[in-house]
Structure formats: C-alpha cells, structure tokens
Design a protein around this ligand. Structure first.
Ligand code: KIV
Length: 288
C-alpha cells in the first residue's frame, strides 16, 4: 500500500493537470477534521460559516479572529493529510493590507496551509500583500456571504451579462494579484464553464455545478446537521445526523426514566471484602 501524503499546493495543481477532481469539506472541530482526514478528503475549509453551524449566529458577520483561531487549532490537531484553508473573517482584512497580512499570518502560525478571503478586484492589493508575505491566498467569488447586505441576500450570481463580465474581470484580477486558486459560490453551471476557460489556477465550486476542479460543501449541510431551515438546492444529503442524534438523546432520556440505564455491564466492580469493610464503616459512621 502506498503511504498517504499530505496534500500540498503542487499536489492540487497536478490534480488539475491530470483532471482528477478534489473533495473539499468544511470542519470546525477536532473530531470532524479527523473523520474527514480518515475518509481521504483532500481539503478542509475552516470556514467562518462556523459562526452559523457551531455558534448559532444568523450570519458570518460577527465571527471574530479569536473564533477562527479556536476552530482552526482544533481542526489542525485533527488532520494530518488534508490541505487546510483558514477563512479570514469579516473586518480582519477589509480595512488595510497590514491587517490582512497580520491576520493571515495568525492563521498560518497555527497550522493553515492557505487563507481565504472574499472579494474581487477591490481585494487585489490585499492578495498581493499577503502573497508577498509568503502566504498562499484563495479567492472567494460569486456569492460572498460577508457582503450579503450589499448583494441583497443569498442570491445566485452571474445570471446576466453584466454580472458575468464583473465575475470574469474579478477572477482575472485576483489571479493576477497572486491568488493560488479560486472558490466560486452559487453560479450557474454554464457560467462557471465560461469562467473556467479563462483561469489558469485551480477553480473549485460550491453550488456552481460540475465544470470545476473540485467541490466544496459545508459538512453540516451534507450530514443533515444544520439547526434551522437552511436547505440549499445544491447540497446532496449523505446522512441525516440531526434525526439520529435527536433519537439517541430521547432514547437516553427514556432509559433513565425507566431505569433501563445504566445496566449491569456499565457498572464498576469492587472486591467483596473491600465492600464489606466500606458498608460496615458507613453504617457505623451514620450511627455516630
Ligand atoms: O465559511 C464558509 O464555509 C465559506 C463557504 C460558504 C464557501 O466561506
């Protein structure tokens, strides 16, 4: 059996060259990262979506660098092989190149292999500044959740010529600025195919169809673990973990109430003579 190697940027570039698609999932904690690693998943995104999936926030806007650092440290401990992308949260890079480099550096220092930021041409100087510090940058275009207020909600992008022109201009600008690969969110498949023709670096998609070098999905969505009514059309459900978890919790409660748990096999034992001494002492103690 060949030894499994850590996924690196050259590996990802080779996979594009050889037309072998990559699998990419979000993770925010040690156990999920370990399971993803053991399942042979290629990349992990420690996404700011963790603010919603793990912290119950209604958007990613209030996620902080401290939140991202906690998620990232747990994921890095869990994964030995996946390429780990750390998400720069809202306002950790928008204000200045200095902020962007400092915060990207914080994610790299705890074990990320690259950082991701949202935005197009307007982010070019941030991408160049971070890249010049020796840090690989992943661009995130299309539906960019940190700009929901500006976009006007969760809307499919690239559905008109003007929107396509902007997407194309943006992706070429971020590639020129140094982005090592791109993530395109919620764009029609045919539009993604047109974008694909023009980029050199790997292009991955989330909700953007099949004409890409690999897919990203939020692990909570594909596992059926999201609390609330999030149900994106593009997600295939591979499990229904929320039902499984709720059933297990309610069975546990029932067992306790019916005295069915713990059973004999869950008990720790004690030698007869030791128990006798304890009971004698206890009886005497209670009489004193
Ligand atoms: O934070 C995240 O999980 C993301 C994906 C929605 C692309 O950025």
């Amino acid at each position: 059996m060949t030894e499994r190697k850590k996924i690196t940027l050259p590996v990802l570039r080779n996979r594009k060259k050889n037309k072998k698609k990559i699998s990419w999932l979000t993770a925010y904690d040690f156990a999920t990262a370990r399971f993803a690693d053991e399942a042979g998943i290629d990349m992990i995104l420690v996404g700011d979506s963790g603010g919603m999936t793990m912290m119950g926030k209604s958007s990613t806007i209030s996620v902080t660098m401290e939140d991202m650092i906690m998620f990232t440290k747990s994921v890095v401990k869990g994964s030995d092989h996946c390429f780990i992308v750390g998400d720069l949260p809202y306002m950790s890079y928008q204000i200045s190149d200095e902020d962007a480099v400092r915060n990207a550096g914080r994610l790299m220092a705890i074990g990320c292999d690259a950082v991701k930021l949202e935005g197009g041409d307007e982010m070019s100087s941030r991408i160049t500044a971070i890249s010049n510090a020796g840090i690989p940058v992943v661009s995130h275009l299309g539906l960019t959740p940190q700009s929901l207020a500006q976009i006007g909600g969760y809307r499919i992008q690239g559905r008109s010529l003007s929107s396509f022109k902007k997407l194309l201009k943006d992706i070429l600008a971020v590639e020129k600025a140094g982005a090592v690969f791109h993530l395109l969110e919620c764009v029609p498949e045919e539009v993604t195919a047109e974008i694909y023709k023009h980029v050199k670096n790997p292009l991955y998609g989330i909700g953007s169809g099949r004409n890409v070098d690999g897919q990203l999905v939020i692990s909570h969505d594909m596992l059926g673990l999201f609390v609330g009514d999030v149900d994106p059309k593009f997600v295939k459900k591979y499990a229904d973990l929320s039902s499984i978890i709720k059933k297990a919790f309610s069975n546990y409660k029932d067992d306790i109430e019916k005295n069915l748990f713990p059973e004999e096999k869950h008990l720790y034992s004690i030698e007869g003579e030791d128990l006798k001494q304890i009971v004698e002492y206890s009886n005497k103690f209670s009489k004193d």
